[in-house]
Design a protein around this ligand. Structure first.
Ligand SMILES: [Mg+2]
Length: 219
């Protein structure tokens, strides 16, 4: 059974927020002061901040759906050194990139983008239901030993189903600000209590190396 690491892409490896806010300004003429990166997004729900009207958000998603370059053009959220680190750390593992990106060419764009920036080789899976995606990997013989994601609802779903998920910290996924139900908030709180939150990809990779060296990820 291949030990497998599952990485979310947007908000973990790629700076979706920068690309999205830049699109809002340049193409949809929204008066933002400046585009901002994933670290600067205060809330998961784009409709509420920075005040882009919902019909514009809808038009932007329609544009992205059709675009053959939007995903390909995003900037990495991690420095070059961390990508190298990721490549070295992931050597003994199978790597899966699991993303809910929409659009007919989202998968191909993502594959090309990962190659462009030198991320470790791995299969790209488009999946909105990530627990289901992990289950399918398991049924195909994989042993999922680590998952890194940033979306509050997704990390809670994975955690509650018993998957080894770690939260990539961001303002919008903290217990005090996450847009989740009271029940999910308790799970998020519990994840924090047991230390399932990292502030960088590098920190996650360090944990994986340590756990592997300690034999915690199986043989
Ligand atoms: Mg994400």
């Amino acid at each position: 059974m291949a030990k497998t690491l599952v990485f979310d892409v947007d908000g973990v490896l790629a700076d979706f927020c920068y690309g999205f806010s830049e699109l809002a300004i340049r193409r949809f003429h929204q008066p933002l002061m400046a585009p901002y990166s994933s670290g600067g997004q205060p809330d998961w729900n784009w409709g509420e901040y920075p005040g882009i009207p919902i019909h514009v958000i809808d038009s932007m998603w329609a544009f992205i759906q059709e675009s053959e370059i939007f995903w390909r053009d995003l900037l990495p959220l991690v420095p070059r050194g961390e990508i190298k680190d990721m490549k070295a750390t992931c050597q003994p593992f199978d790597v899966i990139y699991m993303t809910a990106r929409p659009g007919d060419t989202a998968k191909q764009q993502t594959e090309g983008w990962l190659v462009d920036y030198g991320f470790p080789a791995g299969r790209v899976i488009i999946q909105t239901d990530k627990p289901k995606g992990c289950l399918q990997l398991q049924e195909a013989g994989a042993t999922v030993v680590g998952i890194l994601d940033d979306r509050p609802g997704v990390v809670v779903d994975l955690y509650e189903d018993g998957w080894p998920v770690t939260i990539r910290d961001a303002q919008y996924n903290r217990v005090t600000t996450a847009d989740v139900s009271a029940h999910r908030r308790r799970s998020l709180q519990e994840m924090d209590r047991v230390g399932l939150r990292v502030t960088s990809l590098a920190e996650f990779l360090g944990r994986i190396r340590q756990a592997d060296a300690d034999g915690e990820l199986g043989s």
